[in-house]
Each structure stands twice: as structure tokens, then as C-alpha cells.
Design a protein around this ligand. Structure first.
Ligand code: CP
Length: 338
């Protein structure tokens, strides 16, 4: 990325401007910030149509037949990358995973030259994960009009498809966002999931969003929705909560690990345990975006308990990514003669 930093678009306003086309259709998916309720509901409703029961054949369609979807992951991933790949296959697309470690980026090729190379190969959708802020919007701003960019995880600031799958999972369990108390616990400072999911919850009308973290992992002011409350005590934070989502500590983003609690301190003070659940609402659900560190941010038996919807989140991830791919392809439909 050296040499490109000054071109990066970091502002969420600029991302918002890029992500809809002139008719208001989803052109790229870059952020949940300012993505309106109607768009979120449309994507969740569409995702529902791509769900089938475990043990049955997954839903398939030909919506993306003849299209090519490529993934460019500059950070590790299990769920997001594989679910995008399955989503593309189930919609009939060709799927290309660029292995960044064996690509010519290792020989000094720039990010944009890599994008232009895939563009020349007639890729329609680029799915991007990067540790640096602004990369998905930067690509969207420079790629040609025949490419849609999907943000699959951007630094500490955005993970929009995770937010959508979280909302779909909550909607399946709780129906009504407008009465919800949601508690997100952990490394709020570095969590793109906390940001995107709380932004989306605010848009959907959730009235009580609590972000619970150790003092040393408190987010900077203005980096999360102002409606969300920051708390430092887990017992207070989960009191009467309908939805509880612990997060892992993002060690790879923390400059001085000595500033954060040890694993034992963290589990003692911030690990979510079965014994906490009596404080939450009687039918509270436990979520986790993954990857999960059992015995650190969540007690292992709680992750596998009846309250846990973690596997539903994973399943919904494929359906949500199918819905997003189908939506952006619609905005590119004018190039069917390409
Ligand atoms: N939740 C999430 O983004 O998981 P992966 O890092 O495995 O994609």
C-alpha cells in the first residue's frame, strides 16, 4: 500500500456518496453509515429467500450466471471469504480468490494495478478486506463503471455484511428492533463489527445499545453512533439485555499489548459466562461474529448453549452475501451486453 495512502478516502460521507447509484440503488457496499432502513430491510428480506433448513440442499439461483466475482483479502478470514465464495457459486457466478501471498503484490505491484488487472479480466464484483482505512472506497473510486466493490472488513471501521447478518439473526429471533436492548462486550475500540452493527441497529430503531469494554479499550469519541452508551461493567451492561454479543480482543491492531488486561484478568472481568445470563432478559440470545476465543471473551459451554445463535449467524452470512451480490448485480444490469 505504500504510495497510495494519500489517495485513500477515509470519510464515511464520501463512502456514502459512492455506494448508491443515481437511482438510489446499491452500487457498492462500503459502510452501514447512512445506509437507509429501506435498503437494510430489502437486503434482509432478500436474504430470507436464500435460506433453507440445515440438512436440505442450499438455495441456488442463476442470478449471477455469466458474472465473475473476485475476492482480495489482505487480512485473514474464515467466515467472510468462504461465505462470499459459496454465495457467488450458489448464484451461478464464476469465483476467483486472489491469493495475496502468492500474487504479484509481493513483487511490488500496487493495489490499483492489481485491481486494474482483475478489471481487464472482466471481473464484475470485487470483495475486499484490508487492515487500512479507506481501501474499499479507494478501489470503488478508481475501478471502472462495470465493477462493484463490497467491503468485507476494513480496518477498525466497517464490516457491513457482518452487520447485515447480525441484524438478520436478531430479526429472526426478536422480530422487533424497536424494543431491543443490545449489549456488545469487548474490544470496542478496535472492532469494525461493533461499529457497523451498532450503526445498523440505530438505523433500524434499536433504542438501547450498550458497548461494554475495559477502560483501555474505550473507543475514541465520535467513532461510534452517539446513541450507543459506553459502559465498563459487564453486569450493568447486560442487565435485561435481549441480545448479548461478546467480541474478541483485536491483538493485531493493538500497539502496546501491555496496556490491555491479561487473558485471566479479561476472562474474570469481561468474559461472558453462563452465570451472567440470569441478569439478562429471560429469552436473551448470545451472538459472536467469530473468530471466537473460548475461555477468553466467552465461556465455552455458553457458546454451545441453547441461548447461542452463533451457528445461525454463520448460516445467515451466506444468505446475506447472496442478497448483497444479487442487489449490486442489479445495479450493473445495463452492461448485460458486455
Ligand atoms: N466475522 C468475521 O469477519 O469472521 P472472519 O474473520 O473469519 O471472516
Amino acid at each position: 500500500m505504500s504510495g497510495t495512502r494519500s489517495f485513500l478516502i477515509a470519510s464515511t460521507a464520501e463512502q456514502t456518496d459512492l455506494q448508491l447509484d443515481s437511482q438510489g440503488n446499491l452500487r457498492h457496499l462500503l459502510t452501514m453509515h447512512n445506509l437507509e432502513q429501506q435498503h437494510i430491510t430489502m437486503l434482509l428480506d432478500k436474504a430470507e429467500t436464500y435460506l433453507s433448513d440445515i440438512g436440505k440442499k442450499p438455495v441456488r439461483s442463476t442470478t449471477l450466471q455469466g458474472r465473475t466475482v473476485a475476492s482480495l483479502f489482505f487480512e485473514p478470514s474464515t467466515r467472510t471469504r468462504t461465505s462470499f465464495e459459496l454465495a457467488a457459486h450458489r448464484l451461478g457466478a464464476d469465483f476467483l480468490n486472489l491469493n495475496v501471498n502468492t500474487s504479484s503484490r509481493r513483487k511490488g505491484e500496487s493495489l490499483l494495478d492489481t485491481v486494474y488487472t482483475l478489471q481487464a479480466m472482466q471481473v464484475d464484483v470485487l470483495i475486499v478486506r484490508d487492515a487500512q482505512t479507506g481501501v474499499p472506497a479507494y478501489i470503488a473510486n478508481h475501478a471502472n463503471e462495470f465493477i462493484s466493490v463490497l467491503n468485507a472488513g476494513e480496518s477498525t471501521i466497517a464490516h457491513p455484511t457482518q452487520a447485515l447478518l447480525d441484524l438478520l439473526t436478531i430479526r429472526q429471533q426478536k422480530k422487533d428492533f424497536e424494543k431491543l436492548t443490545v449489549a456488545i462486550i469487548g474490544d470496542i475500540k478496535h472492532s469494525r463489527v461493533a461499529r457497523s452493527t451498532s450503526e445498523a441497529l440505530v438505523t433500524m430503531g434499536a433504542p438501547d445499545i450498550r458497548l461494554i469494554c475495559p477502560e483501555s479499550l474505550t473507543p475514541e469519541k465520535g467513532t461510534l453512533p452517539s446513541q450507543a452508551k459506553i459502559l465498563h461493567n459487564v453486569r450493568d451492561g447486560i442487565s435485561n439485555a435481549d441480545v448479548i454479543m461478546p467480541l474478541r480482543i483485536q491483538r493485531e491492531r493493538i500497539e502496546n499489548l501491555a496496556d490491555i488486561p491479561t487473558v485471566d484478568q479479561y476472562y474474570a472481568n469481561y468474559g461472558l459466562k453462563s452465570s451472567h445470563m440470569s441478569l439478562a432478559a429471560p429469552d436473551a440470545i448470545v451472538m459472536h461474529p467469530g473468530p471466537m476465543n473460548r475461555g477468553i471473551e466467552i465461556e465455552s459451554k455458553l457458546a454451545d448453549s441453547a441461548a447461542s445463535v452463533i451457528q445461525e449467524q454463520v448460516k445467515n452470512g451466506v444468505a446475506v452475501r447472496m442478497a448483497v451480490l444479487a442487489a449490486v448485480i442489479k445495479s450493473l444490469n445495463y452492461k448485460d451486453s458486455k
